[in-house]
Design a binder for this molecule. Sequence first.
Ligand SMILES: [Zn+2]
Ligand SMILES: [Zn+2]
Length: 136
Amino acid sequence: MSAKVTGGCHCGEVRYECTEAPLKAGHCQCENCQKFSGTGHASNVMLLKEAFSSTGEVSTYEYQAESGNTMARAFCPKCGTPVYGTSSGNEAVVMVRAGGMDDPTLFDPAFVLFTTKGQDWDTVDENIPSFPGMPG
Ligand SMILES: [Zn+2]
Ligand SMILES: [Zn+2]
């Protein structure tokens, strides 16, 4: 089966592919996503882990989320691009960034999360559903 989603880091050392189409996609304005993106929000794409594979060495940074889940962020040790992330809260999926995909037009955001944390200067699409936090 051919890859539905391919992508990688800026320098090209780390590459990934997923043979299944994205499960979900949306923006997140939480404080962690602000920090990790260096701007107002992250544009995240959820992929099925069993269909996902990557090549190239990554560095991994782990931290504890407010939910208690352990989050792991994999990034390229050479160029620093965030490549994918996982959460102990859902071992079946991995998250990648919209702009890291070879074809960012595949990104089809369906929601905005943590709008209460959003900055006034960070405007997102008002025509898609938004949530003040993480919907239950
Ligand atoms: Zn790189
Ligand atoms: Zn977030």
